[in-house]
Design a protein around this ligand. Structure first.
Ligand SMILES: NC(=O)c1ccc[n+]([C@@H]2O[C@H](COP(=O)([O-])OP(=O)(O)OC[C@H]3O[C@@H](n4cnc5c(N)ncnc54)[C@H](OP(=O)(O)O)[C@@H]3O)[C@@H](O)[C@H]2O)c1
Length: 289
């Protein structure tokens, strides 16, 4: 398993981690991944999977890089602290490696939330601060609200069939040395990827390199500077396959074939703004998120 530096921290994290949204595999697949070098697990207070992550890392906690998230409705100072403490309990640990703001909250000032995050760093409860589903503008504001710490990561959707981040966020992360954690790198399942890849370009490249389509899709993701990916797999067999997406490299010509041949989505600025507006409306009218 190859590793990449987390931002400019000197900490190396595996380029393939283990996602746990909708995870129902129990301890074994996570342990399999850790044993194969995927010593980076992503969870969230809203996933209901922190306990199983705690069980899977019992006795080997210091060998694993643990990332979790606080949900927007807990972005007030006291709630951030409380959420972190509850996550620590569920994860059965006394520190979180990467604590991420799950989405923006348009009602709570980012200065308040980030001050609480810095308090957590000072208390030794979290090591690094990250954000998720933030736009470039929101990242800049969040960074501006921090006095001593740097945002080390941005977790966003990125796959060979969803290249929205290539509009501006990927380059922003690469230029500013922020790690981009690609979520849904298999677009929530190979059937979704195959629906876009109508000419089976992934299959052609997979045949050339002697890998599977999923491995090619993941290797395409992590071939980008500053990008790591966190596929989720209930099945240990999938975990094994995904871990073997690291340790080799697609040739530049193969990357070009994938770039040009696989159909993909890329949301425009207007659509992204519309989605943010919808989220703001939901938050304003108090629906639970
Ligand atoms: N920050 C956010 O807002 C956010 C949003 C979404 C996701 N995430 C994070 O990103 C992680 C991954 O994203 P995701 O769960 O949305 O989707 P994903 O990883 O793109 O896809 C998961 C699906 O792919 C299947 N799969 C995994 N490996 C496979 C393989 N080698 N061959 C064929 N199928 C394979 C899994 O099957 P099995 O389970 O049956 O093995 C599962 O159905 C999440 O678990 C979560 O940690 C974050």
């Amino acid at each position: 398993m190859n590793c990449k530096e987390l931002s400019q921290t000197d900490v190396k994290i595996p380029e393939i981690g283990l996602g746990t949204w909708n995870y129902e595999g129990g301890v074994h697949p996570l342990r399999t991944g850790i044993d194969l070098g995927a010593r980076f697990i992503d969870t969230a207070e809203s996933y209901g999977t922190e306990e199983v992550v705690g069980q899977a890392t019992k006795g080997i906690r210091d060998n694993v890089f643990l990332a979790t998230k606080v949900r927007p409705r807990h972005f007030r100072r006291a709630d951030v602290i409380k959420s972190a403490e509850q996550s620590l309990k569920r994860l059965n640990t006394d520190y979180i490696d990467l604590y991420q703001l799950h989405w923006s909250n348009y009602l709570v000032p980012i200065t308040e939330t980030m001050a609480a995050m810095e308090e957590l760093v000072e208390m030794g409860k979290i090591r690094f601060i990250g954000v998720s589903n933030f736009s470039v503008r929101e990242i800049r504001q969040a960074q501006g609200a921090l006095s001593k710490n740097k945002i080390v990561s941005v977790q966003v959707r990125y796959s060979v069939v969803d290249r929205t981040v290539e509009r501006d966020l990927l380059e922003y992360c690469q230029t500013n040395r922020i790690t981009l954690i690609a979520f849904s790198p298999l677009d929530l399942g190979m059937n979704n990827i195959e629906r876009y890849d109508r000419d089976d370009i992934l299959g052609q490249v997979a045949g050339e390199v002697g890998k599977t389509r999923a491995q090619v899709a993941l290797n395409w993701c992590i071939s980008h500077d500053a990008v790591v990916a966190i596929p989720k797999a209930n099945q240990s067999e999938h975990v094994r396959e995904n871990c073997r997406a690291s340790g080799w490299q697609l040739e530049p010509a193969q990357l070009k074939v994938l770039d040009q041949g696989v159909h993909f989505r890329q949301r425009g600025a207007l659509e992204s703004a519309g989605r943010r507006l919808a989220r703001r409306i939901v938050q304003t009218f108090g629906r639970s998120i």
